[in-house]
Each structure stands twice: as C-alpha cells, then as structure tokens.
Design a protein around this ligand. Structure first.
Ligand code: F6P
Length: 471
C-alpha cells in the first residue's frame, strides 16, 4: 500500500495538550489505522528565519512540523485564512477583511509548505491535504513536477457561487482546487455549491456526475461527511462518567439537569444567539428556574483577530446579564468556562448532560454533536438540540433540529428536550447512533482514500458511463 502523507495547517503532535479542533481529532483517528506522515505548521511564529523541520515519530505516524515567520503567520493565518476565507466560507461576507498583502502571504506560505514537503516526498506517496488554509497547495506541488495522487478535504462549508464570487481575486484562488485529483466536501449542499461555481464561473465541462475537466486533467468531487470514533467514544464516556472530575461536576449540580455546550470561541458557533435562547427559555418557562444548569465550555481561539475579541466580549456580557437577572445565591443558571478540557473529561460531561446545545450559525459538520450522541447511555439518553445549519444535521435528523436565529424556537426546543419522555429519547438516540456507527471515522477515511486511489476517470468518459460505474 502506498504511504499516506497528510498535510494540514494544524498537526496533532502528541504533546498532551487538550486542543478542541475537529480536524485534528478526525485526522488522528484516520491515521491511527494506516500510519504515515503528517506534515504542517508547528503552531510557532518566530521573529527570525525559521529553522529546519522537526520530526517526532509515535507508533506508526511521523509528525513533521515547520515554524512560520511572524509576518507570514500574520498574513497567512490571522489574515487571509481566518479574516477572509473563514468568514466568507461561513457565509459571513459582512466580517471579511480582505487585503492583497494577506492574499500574497497566503500564497507565499503555501509555496513554503510545498518547498519543505517535497524534500520528504516519494513518487508513489498518496497525499491528503486538509482545509481552507491549503487551497493552492496541490498547484504548488504540481508546478514543482509532482504527479502523485493528491486529494483535498474541506472541513468547513462551501457557500454558493453568489457568495464565493464576492471574494476578491476568487478567480486566482478557487479554481486552484482543480489541481487536486479529488476534492471532498462534508455535505451535498457544499459539493453542489462548488460544482455550480466550476460550471458557472469557470465554464468547466462535466464528465459523469461528479468529475470535471480542467486544463486537460480530471478533477473529481464528492461528499464524505466526517464521522467520529463512535464505539470507542461511547466506551470512553462510560468510563469517564465515573471519573473523579465528572462526579465532582455532577455532584455540584445538586440534582439539577445539566445542559451542555462545547465550542471554540468563534462567531460561527452562534454562542451569543444560544445564550439569548437560554435567557428566553428561563423567561418563558419559569418552572425550570433553579432546576437546570447550562454549562458552556468555550476554549479561546484565534485571539489575535479583532472579530474574535468582539465575540468574546459579547458572550461575556450575555453570561453576566443572564446570571445577574436569574441567578440566586444558591444557583448559577449559566456556567461559562474558557479552559480546554480533555476528550475524556468531555466524554463524561456529555454523558452526564440531559441535553446538548449545538447551535452554530453555520458549520461544516460539528463533531461535538456526533460525540454527544456517541457518549449517551442508550437506556437513558440525553437529547441533542442541533442547528439545521450544521453539516451534522443531515445525518442526525433524529435530533431536535432548530434554527439558531430563532431564540424563541430554540427556547421551546430546550423545554421539549428536558421534558421528553424516555421512549421518545431512546428512539431518537437509537436512530442517530445507528447512523454514526455506519459512518464512523474509519469509514470516512477509507471511503475518501479508496476514491482517491481508485481508477481515474478518463477525460473522454461520457457522463452516463461514469454515473453507472458509481463509487
Ligand atoms: O475545522 C476547522 C478548523 O479551522 C481546523 O482547521 C482547525 O483545526 C480548527 O478549526 C481550529 O482552528 P485553529 O487551527 O485556527 O485553532
């Protein structure tokens, strides 16, 4: 089997830290089985010229990381990736802060990554690139003469061309994805949006249902909804609820029902809107006052970016308002914590929570939703309240699906979740759990790689033949 080389901005180097990003969790689980090399940024920005790449090997995975120069980090990570691509791909044109300088830094860092990676590449390596930081990465490798199979998976949403085209210089960036052999998306909506872009904006010709011809080569697109380690996470939660930490948290509730939310501090997660909904719930369903505690765990994220400082302030204000208005000396309605927690601690807390609020305004998938389901006790499960705008809503249709922009609707769903009869809770959980077992993380990685490594579509294949061939 060819060696697998994974490339992503963040690399899950085993250092004992409890970071919350879904991408790291997914890739680590995918690499566990096959082994290989994982290449990307070290997480360090230096004043001086960065030193050579560093390698750590554990089990059958080699982790290779490189530092970034401070100005590269500013323009690439804080600038173009997280102040332009992140908001635009999450449908937030209002928050995008485009500069040509940052775009230049973004391309420069992609070249820099390619220059380092090519020193390690073998001709038959299969390369799997992840996320919006690395859109032009395959192009940079192709220009250096590499003919390897290269796949790309985007963990976050892909908006319709009407939004993508508002990105200045999109013509320079988005079509660069066609240098990959396979471009994978979380949901059908995302892949359809991208296909529409290729047809409408680039005038590409379709081969089969899911491939296009670009500069004489074929690029295939597909949907690969990312999963979790469903059964392993379920076992972890069973053990974790007995841990000293989780017991202490549950005991501190004094018999009150717990609602949980776990998100990076990011405006796409809809945290202030969710807090408004909780406030509405306490207002409209006063019988629950004093009987419920909402625990929101929110590690800080990208704090060098002004929009993130704004969201931090907004959330802090909402927490103060809610606790000030409804709290009692003996009851804090909302506990808000910025500390990152280990996977084990989260698994136990999920299992102990009667309901989870996963209400992003827009999300590629959202693995918290899936992990919450996996963590439940099938005999007495909690209820997932899930935004219809999270990719996970496609598979977890038995959750209580809500519109995060409608606080009254979310308040009603909270009341419904907390009052739901056991039979209904079991039915909903069972339905969701089965879907997550059928499409767990191994399945996701295997399906993506099988498609990438499978027989290529010939540029001359007629659409019907390809459609009948399937995958
Ligand atoms: O899933 C989207 C994503 O940007 C990942 O690429 C990343 O691991 C996670 O969110 C956390 O963001 P960051 O790497 O900027 O801390």
């Amino acid at each position: 089997m060819a060696r697998l080389v994974v490339v992503s901005n963040r690399v899950g180097v085993p250092d004992g830290s409890a970071r919350a990003g879904g991408l790291e969790v997914a890739i680590r689980a995918a690499l566990k089985r096959r082994g290989g090399l994982w290449f990307g940024w070290s997480g360090r920005a230096t004043d001086n010229a960065p030193g050579p790449a560093k390698m750590v090997t554990q089990d059958n995975i080699s982790f290779v990381t490189i530092d970034l120069r401070k100005d590269d980090y500013e323009e690439f990570y804080n600038g173009f990736a997280n102040r332009v691509l992140w908001p635009i791909l999450h449908y937030r044109l209002d928050l995008a802060e485009f500069t040509r300088r940052d775009l230049g830094g973004y391309f420069r860092v992609n070249e820099y990554f390619a220059t380092h990676l090519e020193k390690l590449l073998k001709p038959d390596d299969v390369i799997w690139v992840h996320d919006y930081h690395l859109i032009p990465f395959a192009k940079a490798l192709r220009e250096r003469g590499h003919k390897n199979k290269i796949g790309f998976f985007i963990h976050i949403p892909c908006p319709p061309p009407e939004i993508l085209t508002a990105l200045p210089n999109h013509e320079q960036l988005v079509p660069a994805l066609c240098h990959y052999d396979l471009v994978g998306f979380q949901t059908e909506t995302d892949s359809t949006n991208f296909s529409r872009y290729l047809v409408n904006e680039c005038g590409l010709k379709r081969v089969g249902d899911d491939s296009f011809i670009f500069e004489g080569r074929v690029v295939q697109i597909g949907q690969f909804p990312v999963g979790v380690e469903t059964e392993a996470f379920s076992r972890l939660a069973r053990r974790a609820i007995e841990s000293g930490f989780v017991r202490e948290v549950l005991e501190s509730l004094s018999g009150r029902a717990m609602i949980i939310g776990v998100d990076r501090l990011d405006y796409s997660k809809g945290i202030p809107e969710r807090m408004d909904a909780y406030e509405r719930f306490l207002t409209n369903f006063p019988d629950w006052r004093g009987k419920v505690t909402y625990l929101q765990i929110t590690p800080r994220s990208r704090s060098g970016i002004p929009e993130y400082a704004n969201i931090s302030r907004k959330v802090g204000e909402a927490v103060g308002r809610i606790n000030g208005t409804f709290g009692e000396a003996s009851w804090t309605p909302l506990r808000y914590i910025n500390k990152a927690h280990s996977r084990t601690a989260l698994a136990g807390l999920y299992r102990g929570a009667r309901a989870a609020l996963v209400t992003p305004l827009r999300d590629g998938m959202n693995l918290v939703a899936k992990e919450y389901i996996a963590a439940q006790d099938a005999d007495d499960p909690g209820v997932l309240i899930l935004s219809r705008f999270a990719g996970a809503a496609r598979e977890c249709g038995a959750a209580l699906l809500v519109n995060p922009y409608d606080p009254e609707g979310v308040a009603i769903a909270i009341n419904r979740a907390l009052s739901m009869p056991l039979t209904e809770r079991r039915q909903r959980h069972d339905q969701n759990y089965r879907v997550l077992v059928a499409n767990d993380i191994t399945h996701w990685a295997e399906r993506f790689l099988a498609t990438l490594e499978g027989p290529p579509v010939a540029a001359g294949d007629p659409p019907v033949a390809r459609a009948a061939g399937g995958r």
